[in-house]
Design a protein around this ligand. Structure first.
Ligand code: ATP
Length: 310
């Protein structure tokens, strides 16, 4: 993929905005234990915001539909999104409500444990989606995750299909998804844990991921992409399946790897790339993200992705 060869992909993201409070720790504390951490970082995150940032840094024209609180975290999150060129006119500031926060522990092995307080993310409503209909009608892709209420996500997907958009759903954190909603999803992008949760099947390798993805396709999803961390991705479509290994990098922190993958995928598909090339671009971007600490601090710009892995 070359810069500026194609028209920019037009993408609407419906999703969460969080402030990530990240503690580096030598190991995870046991219940009841107090442990000295090594460092603390306050980093912009939230799956919706991360995916919007990834799509924008990688060349997309991006609008975000989301809610934040009227607090410092909310104001600085919106400023950061705007600095990345994201249209935030549909990011609503909710009074008497805190911006979403994620408490993250990251240990020396790269493992993380996360607690989320949804805050304003729980306030995203169908009226927020209705306010975005004009913007949606000019877009190619709707990108959603599940850190905002399921009813709003379902409504957004339904509206997007009516307006002729393609839908990418990243069902994280996993919740039950109605079959008639899955029927409207063009690209379901999920990791191995979410795949196991959705199918009840064990996913340990590419072969078992393909089998589980086929089950999800039978529930009505167009294309299923299972991300397998350092083992890459499997892609299952009506035509068959393909397995693509990940790029080899030195891992520092995998936070936002999946979000970078999703944002990059939307950009490449929106520019008219085929599925294999789009997944390759997404894996390049995600591999760079795992070499850096934090969520939005780790998401690469397009020039960096294009100059890597030749
Ligand atoms: P997260 O929740 O940490 O954002 P995830 O669990 O949703 O991530 P993963 O399957 O871990 O998603 O990673 C998404 C993609 O990122 C992988 O398919 C791969 O392309 C890339 N990736 C993740 N980990 C690595 C790694 N260790 N080395 C290279 N690429 C990686």
């Amino acid at each position: 993929m070359q810069t500026h060869k194609h028209k920019a992909a037009k993408i609407v993201v419906v999703g969460s905005v969080n402030m990530d409070l990240l503690f580096k720790t030598p190991r995870m504390p046991a219940p009841g234990e107090t442990l000295m951490g090594q460092s603390f970082h306050q980093i912009h995150g939230g799956k919706g915001a991360n995916q919007a940032v990834a799509a924008a840094r990688l060349g997309g024209e991006v609008s975000l539909i989301a809610c934040v609180g009227q607090d410092d975290f909310g104001r600085s999150s919106v400023a950061a999104l705007q600095a990345d060129g994201i249209d935030t006119q549909l990011v609503r500031q909710v009074s008497n409500c805190a911006t979403g926060v994620a408490g993250i522990l990251l240990d020396d092995s790269g493992e993380n444990s996360i607690v989320l307080a949804a805050g304003a993310n729980a306030e995203v409503q169908s009226t927020d989606i209705d306010a975005g209909k004009t913007i949606m009608s000019g877009a190619q892709f709707l990108v959603c995750q599940l850190e905002t209420p399921m009813a709003s996500v379902a409504y957004a997907i339904q509206q997007a299909k009516t307006l002729g958009l393609q839908v990418i759903l990243n069902p994280a954190p996993m919740q039950d998804i109605a079959t008639d909603l899955l029927n409207q999803v063009d690209f379901l992008v999920l990791n191995e844990t979410e795949t196991q949760q959705m199918t009840g099947m064990s996913v340990e390798n590419a072969e078992s991921a393909v089998a589980a993805a086929q089950v999800l396709r039978q529930r009505g999803v167009g294309t299923v992409i299972v991300t397998l961390g350092a083992a890459g991705v499997v892609v299952v479509t009506a035509e068959g399946s393909m397995t693509m290994p990940a790029y080899k990098v030195e891992v520092l922190d995998t936070t936002a790897a999946g979000d970078t993958f999703v944002g990059a995928l939307a950009v490449a598909l929106g520019e008219g790339e085929g599925l294999q090339k789009a997944c390759d671009f997404a894996q390049r971007a995600a591999a760079i993200a795992v070499t850096q600490l934090g969520a939005q601090t780790s998401i690469p710009h397009r020039s960096l992705v294009e100059s890597h892995f030749h």
